[in-house]
Design a protein around this ligand. Structure first.
Ligand code: ADQ
Length: 457
């Protein structure tokens, strides 16, 4: 069988694979890596200049090969073009995007450096699978160096509408580089439609009914492969975690009240300020539920060197103070807000304890928290998932309580509806969602992508 080569911006430290880590890409992949796989990318360390010779480590049947990023490259490529231009634009938030030509040229340079460093490690029959928006140009750079292997690309984040993509000055080049792949995977049917719209708008070319396109003599297959989790293993972890002393302490601290939980990276796409506003509206409009619900928001700091993320953190600190100042009682705090990464096992136990999972991103490629929350529930007495219609996960989970996260009153109403939902309705919705989360698993995601990369239908 051909070897799989994963290329992603961040590669986890093999010694830390079991440690808490906030970030969907690593979670989605780590659960489905097959022995023998080579995982190549950035070490997470910064050096004076970007590395050219990868450091290779073998651990638990996998080979990790990493390079460091130069400080200036890290700023321009990672903080700059990837996270201050592509991230907000692809999440349809153009007003938060900035564009700097110098950053873009360093983005290209770093993509070339990835290709250059990977080249000597490649074997002729390797299947190369590149991940996400930071590395759009790696395949084209490999092709320019004579690599003829099958190369696939998976976009973890949403694909933007043509009018938003138009804003991006190098949109045409990036689209052409995407079409240097043999397979492009996206999270939802909606993303695939938007990708087809972009190809039509930019190159005046249509994608065939079987989702293939030939561009510059190269044929690309566009597939929908939603990222998933290992639901059975996650459920087992949640059951174990519910016996842990921390989970017991959490339950005791609730003193019989219901728990509502949110778990996110501290990112403006996750819609936390609007979520806090909705909770405040809920407390104001439904006084009968006050003192009967505690909302725990766990938010792991992320990209703190980007100014916009620092501002978000300050805004949330301020809102937390305002909500708790206005509604707390001497023996009840309505909002428990933690800005740190919490161990995965403990989070699983908290999900299982929570009557409501509140997942309200303004835009999200998939959102694995929604799937984790469903997997963690007790099927005989499950909680209710409130899910943004703008999360990719919503496409496969129509039985969640859908909300438009921009509509504060609608989210407040949804919290009320979840609290009063009868048990049989909770069970019915949950069992339908659990079946989907179990079948759209982490291994199904990897297998269907690799099957397409191997040349499957
Ligand atoms: P992310 O934006 O990182 O991923 P998400 O899919 O929600 O988002 O994954 C987050 C993961 O990190 C989950 O496994 C969650 O449990 C964990 N996590 C979040 N906050 C945490 C905290 N405070 N402590 C500990 N763990 C925490 C990107 C895209 C998503 C897409 C994934 C996978 O933005 O849309 O679902 O990739 O493709």
């Amino acid at each position: 069988m051909a070897r799989l080569v994963i290329v992603s911006n961040r590669v986890p430290d093999p010694n830390e694979r079991a440690s808490p880590r906030a970030g969907g890409l690593v979670v989605g992949l780590a659960e489905a890596l097959v022995p023998g796989t080579l995982w190549f990318g950035w070490s997470g360390h910064r050096a004076e200049t970007t590395g050219t010779i990868p450091k290779v480590t073998d651990a638990a049947g996998l080979t990790y090969a990493t390079i460091d990023l130069g400080e200036a490259d890290y700023r321009a490529f990672y903080l700059g073009f990837a996270n201050s231009t592509l991230w907000p634009l692809f999440h349809m938030m153009p007003s938060l995007a900035v564009f700097d030509r110098a950053d873009y040229s360093i983005y290209r340079k770093v993509n070339e450096a990835f290709a250059e460093a990977l080249l000597p490690l490649l074997r002729p029959d390797d299947l190369i699978w590149v991940h996400d928006y930071q590395l759009i140009g790696v395949a084209a750079a490999l092709r320019a160096r004579g690599v003829t292997n099958r190369i696939g690309f998976f976009l973890h984040i949403p694909f933007p509408a043509p009018a938003v993509l138009d804003i991006l000055p190098p949109a045409t080049d990036l689209l052409a580089e995407l079409l240097a792949h043999d397979v492009i995977g996206v999270q939802t049917a909606r993303d695939r439609t938007l990708f087809a719209d972009a190809v039509r708008a930019v190159f005046d070319q249509a994608i065939s009914p079987d989702h293939r396109i030939s561009h510059n003599g190269h044929r690309t297959h566009i597939i929908v492969t939603p990222v998933g989790i290992d639901a059975r293993a996650f459920n087992a972890m949640a059951v174990r975690a519910s016996q842990r002393v921390e989970t017991r302490r959490m339950i005791e601290s609730l003193a019989g009240r219901a728990l509502m939980i949110g778990v996110d990276r501290l990112d403006y796409t996750k819609g936390l300020p609007a979520r806090f506003d909705a909770y405040e509206r809920f407390l104001a409009c439904y006084p009968q539920h006050r003192r009967k619900l505690s909302f725990l928001q766990i938010a792991a700091p992320s990209r703190e060197e980007v100014e916009r993320y620092r501002a978000l953190r300050e805004e949330l600190d301020h809102k937390t103070g305002a909500i708790n100042g206005a509604f707390s009682d001497f023996d009840w705090v309505p909002l428990r807000y933690m800005t740190r990464t919490v161990g995965r096992t403990l989070i699983a136990g908290f999900y299982r304890t929570a009557r409501i999972g509140l997942v309200t991103p303004l835009r999200d490629g998939m959102n694995l928290v929604a799937k984790e929350y469903i997997a963690a529930q007790n099927p005989l007495d499950p909680g209710v998932l409130i899910l943004s219609i703008f999360a990719g996960a919503a496409e496969g989970l129509p039985e969640a309580v859908p909300v438009n996260p921009f509509d504060i009153d609608a989210v407040a109403e949804a919290i009320h509806a979840a609290l009063v939902m009868p048990e049989d309705e909770r069970i019915e919705r949950h069992s339908a969602m659990l079946a989907r989360v179990q079948s759209e698993s982490a291994s199904a995601y990897c297998q269907s992508f690799v099957a397409a990369l191997t040349g499957g239908p």
